[in-house]
Design a protein around this ligand. Sequence first.
Ligand code: CTP
Length: 432
Amino acid sequence: MLKKQKTALPALLLIYYPHSFFVTCISFQNMSLEGKKIILAVTGSIAAYKTPQLVRSLIKAGADVKVLMTNAAADFVTPLALATVSKHPVLANVSDGANWNNHVALGLWADAMIVAPCSANTLGKLANGLCDNIVCAVYLSARCPIFIAPAMDEDMWIHKSTQLNIGKVQGYGNHIIPVAHGELASGLVGEGRMAEPDDIVQHLSAFFSEEKPLKGVKALVTAGPTYERIDPVRFIGNFSTGKMGIAIAEALADKGALVTLVLGPSHEHTYHANINTIKVESAQEMYTASVAEFKDAQIAVLAAAVADYRPEEQAKEKIKKKEQDLNLLLSKTTDILAALGKIKQPSQTLIGFALETNNELEHATEKLKNKNADMIVMNSLKDEGAGFGYDTNKVTFVTPGNSAALPLQSKANVAIAIVNQIIALRHAEKTA
Ligand code: CTP
C-alpha cells in the first residue's frame, strides 16, 4: 500500500523525476515555440492558479496563446487574469448567448492544444468522448497534437478509473505530461501535482524540436509473455500482458528512436509510426528475432517475461486424458538477455528487467552482473499496483553500485523514466 508521508529525498529526486533531470542536466533542447499557435484549456483544479505563469512562459518561448476554461476552472483562476496575460479574450462557453464560439475553427487554428491542469473529471470526459463544454468541444474538433497535464490528489490519480482513462486518452494518440510528486492541495505528499509550467513548455518545445535525442537511433524491445506448446491445444505461459514493454517502445519512439518490438502473444498493440512489431510465440522465436535485430540496435530493452523452460517434446496430436498422472519433461530455453550481454558492443546499451518476490535487490544485482546488462529495472510482486495486468508499476533502477527506487506511477510514466535514464546513461558513457 502506498504510504502517505512527508518524505523529502532531494538527492533521489533527480532520478524520481527524470523529466526534470533531463531538463536540468542534459540540455538537448532550447525552449523555443517560435510562431506556434497554442490553445491552453484550463480545467477545475487548484493547479489552475499556475496557468497565468504558464501562459507567460509559452509567450516568452515565442507562442501565441488562446485560453479556454471550464466553469470549474474559474473558481481557481480568473478569466481576466488569463485574458490579460494572453492578450486574447478567454472562452468559457460554446456560446455567450449572442455569439457562437467556433470550436471547429479554434481546433483548426492551433498547432497544439494543452489541457493544463486536466482534472479527473475532464480526463474522464476526454477519455469517453463527452462534450458538455468548450474544452471538450475544441478537444474533439482539434486536429493538432494534444498535450494533457493531469493534476489531482494522489488517491484520485492512482484510482483505477483515472489510470484507465489515462491509458484511453494516450491510446487516442494524445501526449501525457507526467504528474509530479510533491505536496498536494490536501496537504498530503504524493503523486498528482501538475508538472511545473516550465516543464510543460519544455515538453512542447521538445516535441516541436527537430532534435529528438534518439532521432534515428535503432532500438530493440522485447515484450509480453512467451507460450511454449505442449500439444496443439495447450501451452505453458505466464500472466505478462506486454503493456510495460509496449509503453517502453512508445517512449523510445517518441524520442525519435526507430524501434523493433519483438512481441510475444499479447492482446495489446501499438500504432506508433516509428515502431515495427515482430510477433512471436515461443522463447526460441523471440531469441531468434532478438539476436537478428540486436546487431543493428544501439539500445535494447528486454521487458518480456520469457519462459525459462519448455516441454522437451511437443505432441503432434492432442494428449488424451489417462488414468495415471502425466509427467512433462521440461528443458531450458535460451536466456535472451544473457545471450545479448555476451555479444554486446561498448556502444550498445542493454537493459533487462527483474521480476522478484523476495530478496529483490540481491537477485536484481546478480542478474545485472551475470547477464552483462547496463541496468536492471527491478519490480517486486510484493508491491501493490506493480507487475502483471496493472496499468501502474513501481520499479527500482539497478545499475553497477547504485539503485534508485521510483514511486508507483502509470506504466507510461515508468517507460518515460526508463528512456530518460537510458539517455542519461548513454550521455554519461559518451562524456566519461
Ligand atoms: N530473460 C530473457 N530470456 C530468458 C529469461 C529471461 O531474455 N529466457 C530476460 C527477461 O526479459 C528479463 C531478465 O532476463 O529482462 C530477467 O528475467 P527474470 O524472469 O526476472 O529472471 P530469470 O533470469 O528468468 O531468473 P528467475 O526466473 O530465476 O528469477
